[in-house]
Design a protein around this ligand. Structure first.
Ligand code: NAP
Length: 383
């Protein structure tokens, strides 16, 4: 029986993880759960899963939760508590599924404690890739990606890296793949969140619509698979059936295919190196034909271009880009800026922010905060 600490339990990945746990309650036990403010949802989860710990990032939410808890779950709050449950000696596996840079410290805590980290929070690698991978190496932690593209590459690479020439991440192109660029400015948050293939949280849905999600994934892949930037390629594949591919020098390409359902990816991370059922229907290729592929348009999807540029620049550029994106997406979701202002805010922030090479987590966090102030000012100019 493996004890799972599920960080971000009330989110989309959290829900899919609990669905896999429900199907294999003989193999997995929920040890700790976390959320930010959703204490009512958390109360239901505590009632159902009876975890040892429930951590609310928000202190008031923790008090509310405490007042309705009637089992022996211990309610904690704040970032240190998230790090503590992630590193707890009784935790075997940590699902790092908090959204945004808020998920970085707890994922890093799991890495330092040598846990199996099932990493959905790509921001941990975008912000602190060197520090994170170093912690994994030193502690002997197992790092298993929980992103469909990276899981696909991880699965393909089980056959080895000999003769590897490049990897190719597939991108659905989001809901606006065929929308002319001049119509993008009037897109509403609800339209941007209506992803054609995947059901996800609102932030990552907007990131998919701008293709910043693919940009973050390019950086994530760079760290996960220790590649050069020029060995990472992106192709648009609207059906999201091929999840990604690995190219070898002999002309062979290996791809991983499946229906777009994160439970496949999550169950793989939980059972690795074995495979278990996930409740996902088998792929029906005949009914998914034809499969299409296009090169991405980097003028229309400027966020993807910005991410490649930030990766090549290195140092704080990736964290700066991520923080500016979080501020811009939040402003877009609250109707303060327009859809095409998102890349504009990011580019202006990158131009104004100081470019440095970080050596510590404190420096990364300080940069994240100062960049958010710059991006917030730029948002105000657009509003
Ligand atoms: N969804 C997908 O299919 C998918 C696929 C691949 C990778 N990912 C990655 O997985 C991560 C989670 O995505 P998601 O779609 O599951 O997000 P989501 O549905 O928005 O859920 C986010 C979770 O994080 C918690 N949270 C939010 N802000 C927090 C904070 N400041 N401190 C602590 N906890 C906080 C939320 O709690 P509350 O409910 O209290 O707000 C919720 O439990 C992201 O990094 C995303 O890029 C997602």
């Amino acid at each position: 029986m493996k004890n799972i600490t599920l960080l971000g339990a009330t989110g989309s990945i959290g829900k899919s993880t609990l669905s896999v746990v429900d199907q294999h309650s003989d193999k997995f036990n929920i040890f700790a759960l976390s959320a930010n403010t959703s204490w009512e949802k958390m109360a239901e989860l505590c009632h159902q899963y009876r975890p040892k710990f429930a951590v609310m990032m928000d202190e008031n939410a923790a008090s509310q939760l405490q007042s309705v808890i009637n089992n022996d779950t211990q309610v904690l709050s704040g970032e240190q508590a998230l790090c503590d449950v992630a590193a707890h000696e009784q935790t075997d596996y940590v699902m790092a599924a908090i959204v945004g840079s808020a998920g970085m410290s707890s994922a890093l805590s799991a890495a330092r404690a040598g846990k199996r980290i099932m990493l959905a929070n790509k921001e941990s690698l975008v912000l602190a890739g060197d520090i994170f991978m170093d912690a994994v190496k030193r502690s002997g932690a197992e790092l298993i990606p929980v992103d469909s593209e990276h899981s696909a590459i991880f699965q393909c690479l089980q056959s080895g890296r000999s003769g590897l020439s490049k990897i190719q991440l597939t991108a659905s192109g989001g809901p606006f793949l065929h929308t002319p660029i001049n119509e993008l400015q009037s897109i509403t948050p609800d339209e941007a969140c209506a992803h054609p293939n995947w059901s996800m949280g609102r932030k990552i849905s907007v990131d998919s619509a701008t293709m910043m999600n693919k940009g973050l994934e390019v950086i994530e892949a760079y760290y996960l698979f220790a590649l050069k930037p020029e060995q990472i390629d992106v192709v648009i594949h609207p059906q999201s059936i091929i999840h990604s591919s690995v190219y070898y020098k002999d002309g062979s390409t290996l791809s991983q295919l499946g229906n777009p359902d994160m439970r496949s990816v999550i169950s793989y991370a939980m059972a690795y190196p074995r495979r278990i059922s996930a409740g996902v229907a088998p792929l029906d290729l005949a009914n998914n034909s034809p499969l299409e592929f296009y090169a991405p348009d980097l003028d229309k999807f400027a966020c993807l271009r910005l991410a490649f540029d930030a990766l090549k620049q290195g140092g704080s550029a990736m964290g700066t880009m991520n923080a500016a994106n979080e501020v811009a997406v939040d402003a877009f979701l609250s109707h303060k800026i327009k859809f095409l202002d998102v890349p504009d805010v990011i580019e202006k922030t990158l131009n104004q922010a100081q470019h440095v090479t970080h050596t510590s987590l404190d420096e990364i966090i300080a940069n994240d905060q100062s960049v958010r102030e710059i991006a917030t000012q730029i948002v105000k100019q657009h509003a």
